[in-house]
Design a protein around this ligand. Structure first.
Ligand code: TYD
Length: 139
């Protein structure tokens, strides 16, 4: 259960006044890693499943800055956990080597993804059987 227990929800401070709200995320302060990349996912239909991969190196924090979605993390050993992201100040930290599925996107969902590494397609494992083999080998 080790790796999956490292997944955590993060409540970012919401700085609000009469003008509205603002959330700040600083590298190595509000998140544990040094941010190298961000991307965002939007326009995905409710029945679409995105992600469906694990990363050899990259750690992530996911924030639904608008709307909502669900994220299921799996450790390749039969353990899985599903989180709902539905607030612009709620983050989900996911360490490297966990399988991730994102689904159940609301119509207005904008899912912001903060990543610890630059994009490298070679560190993405997109086949679940291969992922399970890698995990079992690493035990
Ligand atoms: P993909 O990894 O399939 O997205 P998701 O995790 O949401 O399922 O990425 C979609 C496309 O975008 C794919 O062609 C790879 C490309 N891409 C980049 O070029 N850089 C990136 O940082 C990411 C995340 C994807």
């Amino acid at each position: 259960m080790g790796l999956i227990n490292q997944v955590k929800l993060i409540d970012f401070t919401e700085r609000g006044d009469e003008r509205g709200y603002l959330v700040v995320i600083e590298s190595e302060k509000d998140i544990d890693f040094n941010l190298k990349r961000l991307f965002y996912i939007y326009g995905s239909e409710k029945d679409i499943v995105r992600g469906q991969h694990a990363n050899l190196k990259t750690e992530f924090v996911l924030v639904n800055v608008m709307g909502s979605s669900k994220v299921c993390v799996k450790d390749g050993l039969g353990n899985e956990k599903t989180y709902t992201l539905d607030r612009p100040n709620l983050g989900l930290y996911i360490p490297k080597l966990l399988w991730k599925d994102m689904f159940d996107f609301s119509e207005n969902s904008v899912l912001l993804v903060l990543a610890s590494e630059f994009y490298d397609p070679d560190e993405y494992i997109r086949d679940y059987d291969e992922y399970q083999k890698i995990i079992k080998k690493s035990l």
